[in-house]
Design a protein around this ligand. Sequence first.
Ligand SMILES: [Fe+2]
Ligand SMILES: [Fe+2]
Length: 196
Amino acid sequence: MDFTKHKEILEKLKMTLTPERYEHSIGVAEEAVRLAETFGADVEKACLAGLLHDCAKCFPKEKLLDIVVKNRDIWAIDECELLNYKTFHAPAGVQVAEREYGITDKEILSAIRWHTLGKKNMSLLEKIIYLADKIEKRTRPIEYREQIERFLDTENGLDRAILESYKLTIKSLAERNLVICYPTIDIYNNLLKEFY
Ligand SMILES: [Fe+2]
Ligand SMILES: [Fe+2]
């Protein structure tokens, strides 16, 4: 895929992300573009949101916590998001995308905001970035991706694939004795109603 027009973004990302995270971000942009073409979303927005979704991922934990706490109300930070610092980069990424990358588009910023936890009734772009993050082809293992991708060509394929990814996330959290956030269960239940 040709990212020439995003050269500046790529250079900045390369300086702030680890090599693996950088590769993953390119992968998410590529996958987001594919999904946008298939499901009729704005391809350019999908590309930008994909590139930038993890733009705050490699910031120090203290810096992320500071941004998140200051913006707690604006970004509707859930209690459980505050318990796991790994989720901080999603809301913090909104501020970084705005201030460091000059993104003003609300749909792109919202897709960055919700890419880790997801939420009920996501917009098409939010769904695409949520899913592209799970199934990009550069760093996600094929055995994992295939379990989700096989649903994409079925009826309501995007939602069906997202439901599957929630199922796998919940299973894996439970197997590792990790806490499952209420919103995660709530989103899963909500999606389940669509199909069963
Ligand atoms: Fe992320
Ligand atoms: Fe990611």
